[in-house]
Design a protein. Sequence first.
Length: 374
Amino acid sequence: MEKLLEKGEILFSQGKIEEAQECFLEALKESPHSPELLNNIGVTYHAKGDIQHAIEYFLKALEIDSQHLDARINLADAYCGLKEWDKASEHLENCIAYNPNYQDQHELYNRLALVYLENGRVNNAREALRKSLELNPDQPEVKETLDTLGRKYSPKTKSESLGYGCNCQSTGLQYVRINSTTNKDLADRLVEAKILIAPGSQIRCKEVIIGRCTRINGPITIKGINRCKIGKYCAFGGEIRIITNNHLTNRPNLQDQLQQRLGCSSILTIDTDVDIGSNVWIGDSVIILPGSRIGHGAVIGAGSVVTKPIPPFGIAVGTPAKVIKFRFSPNIIQQLLEISWWDWPEDRILRNKEFFDLDLARLPNIDLFSIITE
């Protein structure tokens, strides 16, 4: 079992999701009550965009070991992917209750606060951040966030409150829609919206929506039966692949063409749109898998494989991509999400050179609203 487990983990780190899952399932025959294996199988399903099966395996792992931290955190992430914020917060709360000696418990409280905010539960978010500070007082950015929540937080729609999705407020051509019926005059519309799509790109997707001034600097492939939405002022490298659907694995056949010939239901997953926020930087050779959501201002390191939601202004790397740090303090992040400068008219952007020249990493407590010119 150990050899299969190790092999599966290596394959997963190489992005070979199906092969890794086969190893874990084979190992599960030898150790059917291993919560670690059940959790790993859940992770592979999540990576393939099959969130329901992922949840099933995470729950099985927790039936055997209710205190399995990774399985419970992964389960919370899966529920976030389904926008079931109450269930996500419940499992993060259980993470804290079942693991009182976890050395980074303050980070669990910070994570819980983000989920509370997504659900509009601002008071709960404040309380979670207070508890985080009790465990680790040396978090000046968290202290500032508490003040920010009290001063300026006003709930937006669920998709906007933590910086996912696109919010168009400025005038002019802000987005270009690409599908089989809107390609007439496409080049002119891309020029008008100041969007660059590198030569050699392939878009074979139900629909792609790209925001103003986004630059795709190298060939990109976007494919699948679902939609892909990319925000404004994004910076993409080359050889990026975005996939908007996967194959269900619970049928005898894995080829959708055969399903169609037989008159059977499709095995391609639905409801797995890809949503990339504004001013996102994506490095070369990144793979973005079905159902992924990347928040405003996030950075995805070269060669990473995105399988789960990446929060706004997070820096994520690896296979699967994991957040290793945030670009700014929570205070700065919250202000930037409220400001949403990418939705400004261009003339306002040009009037705010001082704002765009700030080194925000060195100014965690600055009041950005006092800098901005209307």
